[in-house]
Design a protein around this ligand. Structure first.
Ligand code: TK8
Length: 374
């Protein structure tokens, strides 16, 4: 812990020294001679994933908004650890930034599991509205007490299943398959309940576990299945979209607290702007990824929508257990908000398809006159 906090301070100290050394010269020369504070950001996905590219974009925006005072250094492909260990390192101040899957944060606050309940969000617009709204903000607000600052929800995406054994197109096909899941008890219980043997593993171990057939399958967004080259060791793909997951952009509170408010503001702004870029990139990448995965030889199946209902019904007992842990008010607020969004979307769709009733001005006039004379 000491090492990084000290080294962050050392970097800040160097910047101050440079400024002092340059005293007397032009202010612009002073600014240029200052060494930027380097923020290392560790992610599990590769540098060419939407996430990796978004970290680069975040870095570009942050340099601009902090007038060159802050610099982001991307460490991709789990080089600095996995979601759980990097989050721990950030809490301890040993790593400045990371972006784990929301599900792994349930070990700090159980409410994070609610995001990953199977078949909860119907589409990206719903996920965006919930996560970017007050419900999502309340979860981020819980992070500082755990030594973390949550800047934004970036997208991981809707998850789809792959395996090396057989095509999976109905719930009956799940039986006996060893499935890697993220390190989250609700997900372990859910997959077990559905007939899989759930094997929680950090993302950094997934490729090898698939290759050695320690597990038969895994589940991730299409963009990740492509960028992590899972197609090399998995033959079958099922377009299940069974879980939505988010990557939460985290800063170590120990590091955050050393930054002046202006730089903190620059970080929030850059992370939120990069969020839009990342989501767009990820969503555009989805369709492309499907084509690429087919071209790589993956055999594609789908799960009928009726099975999604069946899956949710089978998971009732699991949901009851975790609703209790998460807190029923959090779950009710989520479903009420989803209900509101769906009604709004439904009304908008009806309004768009309704045939406008043509009322001629002449026909309308006497009616208006009648009303007025009453
Ligand atoms: C990358 C992970 C990954 C996640 C998983 O570190 O573990 O399967 O979907 O994106 O966060």
């Amino acid at each position: 812990m000491k090492f990084i906090v000290t080294s962050t301070r050392r970097r800040l100290g160097q910047a101050a020294l440079c400024l002092l050394a340059g005293a007397g010269s032009l202010p612009t020369a002073l600014a240029q001679s200052a060494q930027p504070t380097v923020l290392r950001m560790g992610i599990g996905l590769s540098a060419d994933s939407a996430k990796g590219k978004a970290v680069e974009e975040f870095g570009r925006l942050l340099s601009q908004y902090s007038d060159g005072a802050l610099k982001v250094e991307l460490h991709a492909s789990g080089k600095l650890g996995n979601d759980v260990t990097m989050t721990e390192a950030a809490r301890e101040g040993k790593l400045e930034m990371t972006a784990p899957d929301s599900s792994t944060l349930a070990s700090l606050d159980k409410r994070f599991s609610a995001i990953n309940y199977p078949f909860t969000f119907n589409n990206e617009a719903e996920a965006d509205a919930i996560l970017d709204g007050p419900w999502g903000q309340r979860l981020l607000d819980a992070l500082p007490q755990h030594g973390l600052i949550g800047l934004a929800y970036w997208e991981n995406g809707f998850r789809n299943m792959t395996n090396s054994r057989r095509p999976v197109s109905t719930t009956g096909d799940f039986e006996g398959m060893r499935m890697r899941v993220m390190q989250n008890p609700m997900l372990v219980d859910s997959f077990d309940k559905l007939g899989f043997t759930a094997v929680p593993l950090p993302f950094t171990k997934v490729y090898d576990a698939l290759k050695t057939q320690e597990v038969d399958g895994q589940e991730n967004p299409l963009t990740t299945i492509l960028s992590s080259r899972f197609y090399e060791v998995q033959k079958y793909l099922t377009l299940s979209r069974h879980v939505y997951s988010a990557h939460i952009v985290l800063v170590s509170a120990k590091v955050w607290n050393t930054l002046p408010p202006k730089q903190q503001e620059a970080m929030r702004r850059a992370a939120i702007e990069a969020k839009d870029y990342e989501r767009k990139l990820n969503r555009e990448g989805e369709a492309e990824a499907l084509g690429a995965l087919k071209a790589k030889g993956m055999v594609v199946a789908t799960i009928p929508r009726a099975d999604a209902e069946r899956i949710r019904n089978r998971l009732r007992g699991v949901f009851d257990k975790y609703n209790g842990e998460i807190g029923t008010s959090t779950m009710i607020e989520l479903y009420v908000e989803l209900g509101r969004l769906r009604t709004q979307a439904f009304d908008a769709a009806v309004a768009a398809t309704a045939t406008p009733v043509a009322v001629s001005a002449a026909a309308a006039k006497p009616a208006a006159a009648r009303t007025a004379s009453k």
